[in-house]
Structure formats: C-alpha cells, structure tokens
Write a protein that binds this ligand. Structure first.
Ligand SMILES: [Zn+2]
Length: 279
C-alpha cells in the first residue's frame, strides 16, 4: 500500500514520553546508601550454572547479584514473600523506566499492587549505557528462555531453560507441585544481559554480556521478597545455542542494615486505587 501524501508530516510528530520520570515518586538513595554503608552480610546463595535457586530478603535489606566466575547472565523473578500473586511486573517497569534498568530504577509489582518491590542501588555496569547498536544491560524486554519456544523453534525438548529452572526452584522452595509453581513464574529482569532492538526491523537481539568477575548489581528490598535467580543456559548470551555456551555460577548475597539505620522509612503501601473500575 502506498503512503498517504501527508506521510512525512504524520511521521514528523514529536514523541511524547508516556510516563515522565519526574512524575514518579523517587527513592531516597542517600538514605539507602547510608544504611548500606554499615550493613552486614546475613546470607548468601550460589546459583549453579544452568540451574536456579531462591533467596529471601526482608524489607529494608539489600541483595547483591555478583558475576563470580565468568561472564554469565541471570534471569530474576521476585514475589512478595507472603503472597505469590504479587509479583514483578516487567512490562510496566519497562514503560516507567525504559528498556534497561539502571541506578535508582525500581522493579514494580503487578496489579492491583503496583508498588516498588526493589530499587537498584548499585550497578558496576552502569558505565555501559547504550552502545552504537542501541544495546544496553539489565533488560526488561526479553521474557526468559523457555522450553515451549525451544520446542517450537528447535523441535526438541530442553529442560534447563530459565523458565524451567525457575519453576523447579520455586517448587522446591514452596512445596508446590511443579505445574502450580510454573504458573507463578513470570517475565524477568535479565541481569547482566546485553540486548536491544535492531535499527531496521526492531528485532530483539543479544550481544555477549560485558559482565566480568566481580561485577555486580545491588538492590534495596522495598517489601519482604522471595527471589529466584536462574543462571541462564545461554551463558553470556553471545551464542544462540545453549549446548555450545560456556556457563558459570552466580552469587546472591543479602545484607542487613544496622538497627535504626532506616528510622522513618516504611515499606510502600499497595496502590491506593479503590478498584471500582467504573459503574
Ligand atoms: Zn535463560
């Protein structure tokens, strides 16, 4: 179909930022930094390659995900610790903060809660920004690798996809049968993953992660959290075959601030919308 005569004029309309950042309630990063300065490590979990593990973080604590051994991407799920129906909302987080998360950005929970679950307080890959291909790190655009898409495209079954890893880990943590646990697994924060959309066709692409041993991302838990992290079978995601990928573990550490360090701070309340949805 040919373009209309005013096609150029229509395309020239300026973009409007859907959710201006200045309208979002921002975190008190100075308070969080001061609390973190005197925080003590209280737990750690090693996530084996091609597998997932769960971890718990109380509201007001910090969790750090570290690349411990070699370039490796992680797929992160978060739930409210006492209510699995409140979970990370990747799509709304993307709409509010952009395609990749950075310092001060927050991981928001699903409706009807829509409140910050965690706030990014440190990111040693913050220097990466957006490269010449438009790629950035820590995306909320990919969903997670899964055995259904693998079956669709490769015609074979593969059980070590992040979706299955997260399902097994949540099942082991909660005692839920795997089919029930699977229903709670959701779109992820792709930790350390380097991704973007091609300029011409806007197709989702990955690049080898720039993460190196010692790099980490850290977040402040705004509410009591149950987390699950999968060390993706695609390793650094520089290949599109899990069989040929080199995979490494990831380290999760939890830090608790000193008593009184967060005086005056309260976990965010669930969203205040009354829920009538009209007459
Ligand atoms: Zn994966």
């Amino acid at each position: 179909m040919s373009a209309p005569e005013d096609a150029a004029a229509r395309r020239a309309a300026p973009p409007v930022i859907a959710y201006p950042p200045e309208t979002l309630p921002g975190p008190d990063l100075a308070l969080y930094r001061a609390a973190r300065a005197a925080a003590a490590k209280v737990a750690e979990t090693v996530v084996p390659p091609r597998d997932a593990r769960t971890f718990r973080v109380a509201a007001g604590q910090f969790f750090r995900i570290t690349c411990s051994d070699g370039p490796q991407v992680g797929d992160l799920n978060l739930w409210a610790a006492q209510d699995l129906s409140e979970r990370f909302f990747s799509g709304k987080t993307r709409a509010l903060h952009g395609t990749h998360l950075d310092l001060g950005d927050r991981m928001w929970s699903c409706f009807p809660h829509l409140r910050p679950m965690a706030t990014i307080t440190e990111d040693t890959l913050g220097w990466y920004g957006y490269d010449a291909d438009g790629a950035g790190v820590h995306d909320v655009i990919g969903t997670r690798c899964d055995p259904y898409t693998h079956r669709l495209l490769a015609g074979s079954d593969y059980d070590r996809c992040c979706h299955s890893n997260l399902t097994r880990a949540l099942s082991a943590e909660t005692g839920l049968p795997r089919a029930e646990a699977e229903a709670h697994v959701h779109d992820v924060l792709n930790v350390f993953m380097c991704t973007g959309f091609t300029r011409d066709s806007h197709r989702y692409f990955t690049k080898p992660s720039p993460v190196r041993p010692g790099d980490h991302i850290e977040a402040f838990a705004e509410i009591d959290l149950l987390g699950a992290l999968s060390a993706c079978p695609w390793g650094d995601c520089g290949t599109n075959s899990p069989q040929s990928a080199t995979c490494h573990p990831l380290l999760v550490e939890v830090f608790a601030p000193a008593p009184g360090a967060l005086d005056g701070w309260q976990p965010p309340a669930p969203n205040g919308y009354a829920g009538h949805h009209g007459a």
